[in-house]
Write a protein that binds this ligand. Sequence first.
Ligand code: NDP
Length: 437
Amino acid sequence: MENKNLSRKEFLSITGKTAAIGAAGTLSLNALTATDLFGQAPSKTASPPASIPPQQDEPIVLEKWKSDVDQQSGPTPTPLPPGSRIRYAVVGLGHLALEEILPALSTCKKSRLTALVSGSPDKMQKVAAQYGIKPENCYSYQTYDQLKNNTEVDVIYIVLPNALHKEYVIRGAKTGKHILCEKPMATSSKECEEMIAACRNSNVKLMIAYRIQYEPHNRKLRELVKDRTFGLAKVIEASNAQSSANPAHWRFKKALAGGGALPDIGLYCLNTNRFILGEEPTEVFAYQYSTPGNPLFKEVEELISWQMRFPSGVIASCSSDYNVHESRRYRVLCEKGWLNMDKAYAYKGQKLTTAKADGMMEKHEEISLAEKNQFAAEIDHFSDCIMHNKTPFTPGEEGLQDHLLMEAIYQSARAGKPVKISGQNKPPQRGPEPKAD
Ligand code: NDP
């Protein structure tokens, strides 16, 4: 059967008498047959009843067939027509861009990929063919500034090594495009301040890609802590660790990475703790270690372990290691129970479990939410901010705050004593919470 894209008007004129507008402005199509649409069809073909709201952002509701006994599927997606979506240029075609961001952009509802920036013409040509990007929308690092004249790009998404973020954010802001920048925001708090100022001066929005703050299980855990479902939170244990190879990679060069395990993966423990608690640490105490003679850790730390004290009295113990088997988890110990997140910072597969006493029993529960692509959720949040002129939920100031704290953590590890945090004890100003859709 030929696949036709029909406007609502065309659709109604073909379907004619079978379409009716309901009392609440809802369009219902009953007993619509493929014959009505395309002139020929096998017998018994008939569309079941469905509620089809005329508003673009309201989901089509299909005829129900599952019992309420089972977990319900989410609403049908509500993607905007491609021509109405915010258009992205992705800068740096490495692991994260090719493995996660480009595929995620294809599933976004409010965003789409229209341009690429790379230092490798061969790789870019292949990627452009895969994703249908026009040759004239492919740039090198030298021609990057010409994005200014490209009317098919609204946002520049920086996915380069950490030490290059500042230059490409500042050059990007000068093109007048909005900026989404990968974490860690930069390699120092001073660089973050310059990046924030550049975006402010060019009147463009800046968001840092803290995907965990858009991931449903982590958001659910935060809600349960906030509502005190398990009483007051008292202690957090968090670790993000993985194993590394290839000392030639930029992650093991201080000039490109800014640091080792802390800014790359330990940052997730730091940022997620602040996100869950909604408050800022007042003091940190850290240790760090690198195995002598290991070429991976000549310039950056292998292991960092630190404690943070929060104004509410919560103490968070965090660790991050570049030289152990992968483990990404945290647990929040509360007065009346605990909340545990396994695969907490992974790209998918978060596992949220809780424990609570009930008389003679200790009840354990697993809260399993529908999987959602975290990258698509965060990218669509930024697009929504641009469409409705809102400050992002994770603006540049959120990245700056993490850098100030990481500097205090390193200072403590060097000095071997606690470091008080002064001057940044209030959570940074954020935009509204991301929409749940
Ligand atoms: P990769 O090394 O895989 O890719 C980086 C890309 O940057 C390269 O492929 C290259 O793209 C470009 N590049 C430009 N100059 C250099 C240079 N001097 N050395 C190396 N690469 C260069 O890194 P990742 O994709 O893993 O990380 C990129 C950024 O994303 C980092 O800031 C990292 O912290 C962040 N990240 C975030 C994650 C998240 O979950 N939010 C997860 C992983 C990383 P090209 O060949 O096209 O020029």
